[in-house]
Structures are given as C-alpha cells and as structure tokens.
Design a protein around this ligand. Structure first.
Ligand code: DAH
Length: 341
C-alpha cells in the first residue's frame, strides 16, 4: 500500500509538471485530493487492515497527502508566476518604436508678441505692472488730465459701469496708480486688456490689448524717450529698423508724439502692410505732462518722465502680416496653429 501511495505521489508530481494553467491544475486537484480522488480511495481501504498496519499506513498516507498538497501549492505559484511574466513580456515597451506625439497646446500670437515686447523692456530694466480692468473714472481720465468736458474723452467711447467705474479704455491709468504708490525713479511697462464701445471691423474691436510704458526720474528728456524707443524698435523688428516721431496730442503728455517704425515687412519701398508709405504707425508717446506728475504727488520741478502706449494687436498684425484684428479673437485653430515661438 505504501508503494501504491508513493506511486500516486510520483504520478502527481509528473502530471503537475505538465499542468500549465489553473484549469488543468484544478482537474488534477480533484483527481488526487478530491472527495472521490485517488488518495481518498486508497485511504478508504484502511478499514480493511489490522489496527497496527492501519496506524502506520494512515500516518504514511497523511504524509503523502501533505506532500501532494505542497506540490499543488508550488505548482499553483509557478503558474501564477509564469502568467505574470508572460503578461509583462507582452506589455514591454519597445523603445525603438517612434512615439506618436500627443497634440500640444501653443501660445496665442498676441501672447507671443506680448512676451517678446515684455522681455525686451525687462532687459532694459523695466518692471511689469498691472492694474484693474474695472477702473475708476478718476484714474482712467481725470488724473490723466482728461477732465469730463475734454474732447479727448470722446475718443474713448467707454463701457460705463456706474458708481464712477468703467472698463478701462487704455492702460494709462496704471501710470497714475504706480506713481501714487511708488517713489521715482520708476521704469514700468503695463501689458493689459482694454475696452471701448467700438463696432468690430478689420482694425477695431470692443476689447483689445495695450502696452503702456512709463519712466520717471530726475533729468529725463525727450532724447531719453527717443533713444529708448529706437532701441526697442531695433530689438523688436531688427537692427535696420528706424523710427519717426511726429507731433501729436495727448492730454497726459506734453509734448506728445506719434511714433512710426520703418516697415518691418518691406523695409522701405512700400507694401500692403505700410500702405505703400514705408512707415508703420505704432504708438503714442511723449513727456509726462507736469500736471499728471503733480496729480500723483511728484514734484514736477525735480522730476520729469516719458510715457508711451501702443496697441499689441497692431504690433502683432505687423509682425505676422495679419490683416484683420478679429482673427485674434475668433480662435480658429487653422490660423492660431501657424504661430510658433
Ligand atoms: N493711452 C493712449 C491711447 O490709448 C496711448 C498713449 C499715448 C499712451 C501717449 C501713452 C502716451 O502713455 O504717452 O490712445
């Protein structure tokens, strides 16, 4: 009987070696260790034996049963392991296969141009300032020397919000906020969103972006304004670029000027972008009106300043040859995807 049991164990061992999945393993478990399995069958014959032999064989049979149990445990672990390995093997990344690039976001052309302008001024030592888009009339107009009856106010057809507030019509109010809060010397730029009740067309939009600049220090003259803006134009559009300053009027600067740059597209002979003049008008500028300095508590006998303000869309339209300002806000990916750093 012992022999028979040992044989059963050896057979189980052999068969388990060939069991490659858990279904076969389960079949074998039933065959060997189940209620009607071969081990049980042998044990069933114990009753026919003498007491001593029964004890001896019983002990042996239990050992064999435990052994077979262990064999099953081992076999089940090894099946599990090889399944895991196969899974890993099939899932291994082949790093030599070219990766498909997921669609990436990109910066809006207005963002790209703003970043370039900001970086140029930062490299000259300017700080970036910010102000509220929901502005007080006082900062947007009065403190900038544009009193209620002033005709310049008509140019700024405004979104009034009541209680002396409006959506700012330009970034110039941030000049006032900065001069009231910080002591000169000051050199700031203010990129930001503005609003005017303008009907949308190729060159107008009820919302647009401007970049303001302000420098206040002792002994500043128009030459500083000119030198600064010439350097900016060269850094922005290329070394060959030149600037032209013509008299203009703004209540917050005196004298005031309008700045044009040599056409960055045709560089002189004339093209669609410069309307065949060779020049592109880009911004208003001037020496800060002493009245404005005094409105901010700055002694105009001691300090002087210069300021400038430009439309960011205008610059972007020139840089990228975009003919309609509305393209910037329509978010048509076919257009927007064309602009990379
Ligand atoms: N704020 C003016 C506008 O929106 C632009 C401007 C002109 C700003 C002259 C300035 C400046 O700082 O000096 O039309």
């Amino acid at each position: 009987m012992k022999e028979q049991l040992s044989k059963i164990r050896d057979e189980a061992k052999n068969e388990l070696k060939k069991a490659l999945d858990s279904r076969i393993l389960e079949e074998l478990r039933v065959k060997y260790l189940g209620k009607k399995g071969v081990v049980k069958e042998v044990l069933g014959k114990l009753g026919e034996m003498s007491e001593d032999t029964r004890k001896e064989i019983g002990r042996f049979a239990n050992e064999i049963k435990d052994e077979i149990g262990k064999l099953f445990e081992e076999a089940s672990l090894s099946i599990e392991k090889s399944l895991k390995e196969a899974k890993l093997r099939s899932g291994v990344a082949d790093i030599s296969i070219p990766q498909s690039v997921p669609p990436m976001g990109f910066s809006h052309p207005l963002t790209l141009v703003t970043e370039k302008m900001v970086n140029i001024f930062k490299s000259m030592g300017y700080a970036v300032e910010d102000g509220p888009e929901l502005e007080e009339e006082y900062y947007n107009f009065d403190a900038l020397n544009i009193p209620p009856y002033h005709p310049a106010r008509d140019d700024h057809d405004s979104f009034y919000m009541g209680k002396g507030k409006l959506l700012r019509t330009h970034t110039s109010p941030v000049q006032i906020r900065t001069m009231k809060n910080k002591k000169p010397p000051l050199a700031i730029i203010v990129p930001g969103r503005c609003y005017r009740r303008d009907a949308s067309d190729a060159t107008h939009s009820p919302t647009f972006y401007q970049m303001e600049g302000l420098v206040v220090d002792k002994g500043l003259s128009f030459a500083d304004l000119k030198g600064t803006l010439l350097l900016w134009a060269k850094m922005m559009f290329g070394e060959k670029t030149n600037i032209r300053l013509r008299p203009d009027f703004f209540p917050f600067t005196e004298p005031s000027a309008e700045l044009a740059v040599t056409c960055p597209v045709c560089h002189g002979p004339g093209c669609g972008v410069c309307k065949h003049t060779g020049w592109v008008e880009l911004m208003g500028c001037g020496m800060v009106n002493p009245v404005v300095l005094e409105n901010c508590g700055i002694d105009s006998e001691v300090y002087s300043g210069f300021a400038f303000g430009m439309g960011i869309e205008r610059v972007a339209m020139v840089v990228y040859g975009i003919k309609d300002i509305r393209f910037f806000y329509e978010n048509d990916l076919r257009l927007l995807e064309q602009f990379v750093k």
